[in-house]
Write a protein that binds this ligand. Sequence first.
Ligand code: FAD
Ligand code: 2HG
Ligand code: ZN
Length: 501
Amino acid sequence: MLRKLLTNGHIRCARRFSSSKAIPELTKDRYNVKRGEYSLLTDGHMAFFMNLLGQNRVINDPSECESYNIDWIKNVRGQSRCILKPRTTEEVSKILEFCNENKLAVCPQGGNTGLVGGSVPVFDEIVISTALMNQIESIDEISGVIVCQAGCILENIDQQIGEKGLMVPLDLGAKGSCHIGGNVSTNAGGLRLLRYGNLHGSVLGVEAVKANGEILDCLSTLKKDNTGYHLKHLFIGSEGSLGVVTKVAIQCPTKPKAINMAFLGVESFDSVLTTFRRCKNELGEILSSFELIDALSLDVVTGHYKMQSPIPQFPFYILIETHGSCNEHDEEKLNRFLESAMGDGVVLDGTATNQPSKMKQLWELRESITQGLLMDGYVFKYDLSIPIKEFYAIVDVMNEKIGKDAVRICGYGHIGDSNIHLNLSFKEYSKEMHNKIEPFVYEYTSSLKGSVSAEHGIGFRKSKYVHYSKSPAAINLMQDIKRMMDPNKILNPYKVLPESS
Ligand code: FAD
Ligand code: 2HG
Ligand code: ZN
């Protein structure tokens, strides 16, 4: 039965998320990490920073420092006693030049919504927060290119350029908190990558500060620029290990005039695949999201938050969104697709809408899963690229291996991009369970030629597992690049790459 709710649509707006109250064990203890040979922060160093930024933009009060030391999912915790809040690229440059000369380690931080422990210090690294670097510098309404500082919050950019008929090509559940510099540094994927591509394509230029303080201006706003090596790519996805991103130029598409959504229930994973194939064929250029939610993932939000699912229970749910320029055309296409998919029993139930409030509710069901999972207790998160046919088998494999010891083992995510979010929740963290899950989950992924990080990055938690997805030669080259760009290893240490031998 199709519950039809079609009326004229508008764009949705994600809500701000906050995380739970539990305080995790110190990273150095939980993961047994040895501090690198960095200098200890002295009063002299602090005086330099105070002189550069003024008292208000240097945080050293321990209770104020706490939120900068703990990651969003409360997995890791550092002990920094110095948070710096520059406003300009030149201030970032002076900070890094000084830290490099004095061998002080730093941790760049945006909205601190990262899910792999990259955004907080491991020991006492100085946090360089982009929170005050929040200016949009230019919006070119004709080309759609915008230039902004790294600390602009994704949702704020989207709202501001929305007034000019543009949209940010990137969208994710953390949009109300994450910074565009953090997005670029993690090469964040999100909910509409299927349609708008990844940031390696839409970021036209980057300004970054190197470890020694030198400002690298690669802030091209040109769509085509084949002059030598494409250095911007070094900063897209390198998670603060090669430099601090200070500005970005992004190619933004036109905001769609017509948005439609459907939320469907299907009986099996095979039906999900059939639906995806048909959806691509029949919706073609207007398909902007194709997301999968399994029964236990939906149960997170209907259970913990008492959110209402618009359809009864099914083993799998599919969320589809279309972006187009003519609502009549898009609605007709979507309805034709739904009628045929339901007509022959591939899709068993569903709801379709272009009413803003209804679309917002549908997105909330999907976007609230991450936060809701934290209410189960401790969550082991895996963000994997897996060839689409085998996409869901990992949930069954983990169920067989871990079974009833877990509160929940569930899978959801961007199936349109072959990116599954495998989550295993337990009442509390246990080393024993950790060792049972890892490296098994990565070995399994690697055996399918998948990736151990599809979109969240490597951060602290996955650095020793990169080899499951990259060859020794590739890792060596990455280490050479790191040595060349950051010889004193001050940028985000203990993260991204395994220790070089
Ligand atoms: P942070 O968490 O502060 O930092 C992330 C990494 O980038 C760290 O290594 C940090 O050192 C580095 N960094 C930050 N700023 C800079 C800078 N200016 N220069 C150099 N390095 C820097 N991710 C996805 O890809 N897709 C999703 O759909 C998605 N959904 C999410 C939903 C929720 C509810 C949450 C909590 C997270 C989600 N994430 C998702 C993960 C996270 O939001 C992204 O990784 C995001 O890009 C991080 O941005 P941030 O500003 O919070 O960066
Ligand atoms: C999402 O797609 C995020 O919602 C978070 O990437 C995934 O919580 C997760 O595992
Ligand atoms: Zn995701």
